[in-house]
Every structure is written in structure tokens, then in C-alpha cells.
Design a protein around this ligand. Structure first.
Ligand code: SF4
Length: 84
């Protein structure tokens, strides 16, 4: 999946190109071809975890931990794994 903050455009306030180039709307700047691989999740990259500009509050936790309705209650007790 492509990062929702990636645009393709020919210019910004400081640059103008003949063709569309990858542009990050978080950083408000054009991105390098290598960074665009991350933005587009090419070569097994994941923009949510491999891009340092991607907003942290939208990234999945590195440990894959569940939160929200799928997470066990955070009540201080150890909950048994029903698969065991
Ligand atoms: S640089 Fe990061 S935040 Fe910006 S478009 Fe690419 S993946 Fe998204």
C-alpha cells in the first residue's frame, strides 16, 4: 500500500520539474527515488515503520501488539492464551 501522504507533482514553492516527482505532504518536500521506494512499500519496505517522517500516532507498534477491542484488558492480571 502506498503512503497516503505521498503525492506526485511537478513543482513546489522552490522547485519546478518537467515531470511529476514524488512529494511528501508531511515534510512538504520532494523525496529521493530511494525514499520513494519506502513510500510505495517496494522491496518489502513498510512506510508505516520504515519512514521516520510517517506520523508515529498512525504507525503500528513494532512488536505487533494489539490494542483497542482486540487487546486483552489492561487490568494488571495475566490472562491465559486460549490457544494453549
Ligand atoms: S516520506 Fe514518509 S510520510 Fe512522506 S510520503 Fe513517504 S512514507 Fe509517507
Amino acid at each position: 500500500m502506498t503512503c497516503p501522504y505521498l503525492n506526485y507533482q511537478q513543482s513546489d514553492e522552490e522547485h519546478e520539474f518537467e515531470n511529476d516527482r514524488p512529494y511528501c505532504t508531511v515534510a512538504d518536500s520532494f523525496v529521493s527515488p530511494m525514499q520513494a521506494d519506502i513510500c510505495n512499500d517496494r522491496h518489502n519496505f513498510d512506510h508505516t515503520s520504515d519512514c521516520e517522517k510517517f506520523p508515529d500516532d498512525e504507525a503500528l507498534p513494532d512488536d505487533g501488539a494489539l490494542d483497542g477491542e482486540d487487546a486483552p484488558p489492561d487490568d494488571g492480571r495475566v490472562h491465559a492464551d486460549p490457544s494453549e
